[in-house]
Write a protein that binds this ligand. Sequence first.
Ligand code: FCA
Length: 352
Amino acid sequence: MKNPPALRCLFRPFATMALLGLACLVASCSRKSESTAAGAPGTTRPTVGSVKIGFLVKQPEEPWFQLEWKFADQAAKALGFTLVKIGATDGEKVLAAIDNLAAGGAQGFIICTPDTRLGPAIVNKAKAARLKLISVDDQFIGADGQPMKDVHHLGISASKIGENVGAILAGEMKKRGWAAADTAVCAITFEELATAKDRTDGAIRALIAAGFPKERIFKAPLRTPDIPGSFDAANVLLTQQPGVKHWLVCSTNDSGVLGAVRALEGRGFGPETAVGIGINGTDCIVELEKEKPTAFFGSILLSAKSHGFTTCEMMYNWIKDGVEPPRDTRTVGMLITRENFRQVLREQGIRD
Ligand code: FCA
C-alpha cells in the first residue's frame, strides 16, 4: 500500500536519515578494518573518522628508530589519530608505502628516507596523492645536490653535535695525559649522507681547534651504516696504523662507534687505551649497562621525543587545523656516560 503524499513527506526525512546512518555505519566499519590492514606491522587504534598519519623509517631495527616510533605512538594516543608505522628500507618500499597510505585514506606522513636523493620522487608522489609531508632526521637532497629547503624538516644540529663530540674527546685525552705523538683519531664516516658528514666533520674540526694534529686524524668510510659496517671499516684502519697506542673514536652515530670499539677490542684496546663517543644515546644502552666499562665512553643523547612525538603533533595540527609547521626545526643533544645515563634516560621517558 502506498503512503498518502503528506505521510510520504513526513517519512522521507526519516528514511533519508536512516539511510545516511546505515551508510555511515558501513563506512566506519570498512574504515576500521582498512586501517588495521594498512597498519601492519603496527598501528595505534583509530578513532573513527580521525586523522591518519604514516611514519616511515629507513632502519626499523635500529633502537633510535624504534624509539621514534614509540614516541609517535604516544602522540597518536594523546591526540587521537591513527598511526601507520612502516619500515621502508629502500626506494621501492618507500614509493609503495606512499601508495598504500594514500589508498588507505591517510592525509600525511613523516619519513626518514633510506636515500636522501629520493627526495624529489617522494615529493612528487606525495603531491600527486595530496599527502602532507615532513622529513625527519635525514633531509632530502634535490636534483641540484642541495638540501630541499621547501620540504618541512625536523633534524638534529649535526655540525654542533659533532663539534661537541670532538671537544669531549679532546678533553678526555687531556684528562688521561695521552701524548698526541702516540694518539690517533679514528673517524668512522658515512659521507654520502649530509647529516652524517656534518657530524664527523664537526668532530674533526673541534679536535683540530683543540690542538690535535690534523695528520693523526684518520677517516674510515662505512660501506653500510651499521655495527658490522663499522667493525669492518675500523679493522681496515687499524691494520694500516699498527703503531698507535691510544685511539679516539667518533662517528655518525652509536653503531658507528660500537663497531669500532669491538674492532679495537680485537686488537687489545680497552677503556685504558681508547675512548669512543657516539651519537643517538639510544643504541648504546646495553653497552653502558655492561658491568665492566668498555672503550665506549659515552654518547650524545638526541631527543627521540622531538623526532617522534613533535613531528606527529606538527603533522596532526597541519592536517586538522591547517597550521603549517616551521620549515626547519633543529634539535640538540646532551652527553650521557656511565655516570648519568640511567637518570637521564629516566628523565627523558626512555627508560623506567
Ligand atoms: C640519522 C642516523 C640515525 C640517527 C638520526 C637522527 O638518520 O642514521 O642513527 O642519528 O639521523
